[in-house]
Design a protein around this ligand. Structure first.
Ligand SMILES: [Zn+2]
Ligand SMILES: [Zn+2]
Length: 246
């Protein structure tokens, strides 16, 4: 294999709807020889299993303790925030932004929209466009612009599974992500991440990140599918923020 992946920046725990504890994920990451892991549970607006505001300090303390216990790995408190508004609003209140070491952002369907208008434009229309004659290109551009606005408003480091769940313009997103130093994810769990998407995005000079998106500790550090896609697209390790030459 050409790449070694040194960090997993997208793992879930019981704090959202993962199966393990933070320490379970950390243990597996150490066994895999990773230098860094981020706990990136679903944003506060996720219906049913989003992070709870009251858990954040508890998670921070737990991570601090684990960083002392396992000095050989860097454990980050992250969040997989959700896009909730056309104006780029994500589901992290401003006063919580600084509580995280790393902010990821993605689009998920079971999320509280910012307003009725956002519900209609961002959630309902995208869902209906799968089987109704709605202007798909307009939606695609609208979705992409909302993500670009979010990158301008928040210190987002990674866009998770771009193009999953809603359609986006990969070229346009990649162009703006490159400008802002935001990495696009090659998600090893989602089957729809394609070589084609990576090829389009890489032409814009954007950086990538390969993550497991593990919802169970046993899947932490499982990058297999992501590495396959990256190699098929012809990515070099320098283009992947968490890769080095094997
Ligand atoms: Zn996700
Ligand atoms: Zn996820």
């Amino acid at each position: 294999m050409k790449y070694r992946i040194t960090a997993d920046y997208h793992t879930h725990t019981r704090y959202s709807h993962g199966k393990g504890t933070i320490e379970d994920n950390v243990r597996v990451a150490r066994d895999m020889g990773l230098k860094s892991i981020a706990i990136a549970d679903h944003g506060f607006g996720h219906i049913g299993f989003g992070l709870k505001y009251r858990d954040i300090d508890k998670m921070r303390n737990e991570i601090q303790r684990l960083n002392q216990k396992y000095p050989d790995i860097d454990i980050l408190l992250g969040i997989e925030s959700n896009l909730v508004g056309l104006d780029g609003t994500i589901d992290i209140p401003q006063e919580y932004i600084d509580k995280f070491d790393i902010i990821l952002m993605g689009f998920h369907k079971a999320v509280m929209p910012l307003s009725f208008h956002d519900a209609k434009e961002l959630f309902i229309k995208n869902a209906l466009s799968l089987f109704l004659p709605i202007d798909k290109e307009h939606l695609r551009q609208q979705n992409t612009q909302a993500m670009i606005k979010a990158m301008g408003r928040y210190p987002i480091k990674i866009i998770t599974h771009p193009g999953a769940k809603i359609d986006i313009d990969s070229k346009m997103l990649a162009k703006h992500a490159a400008k802002r130093g935001v990495a696009l994810e090659i998600n090893a769990s989602h089957g729809f991440m394609t070589v084609e998407y990576v090829k389009i995005a890489m032409r814009e000079g954007v950086s990538f990140v390969i993550n497991s998106d593990a919802h169970h500790p046993s899947r932490v550090g499982d990058f297999h599918r992501g590495i396959e896609i990256a190699m098929a697209a012809g990515l070099e390790p320098e283009q992947i923020i968490n890769a080095e030459l094997a």
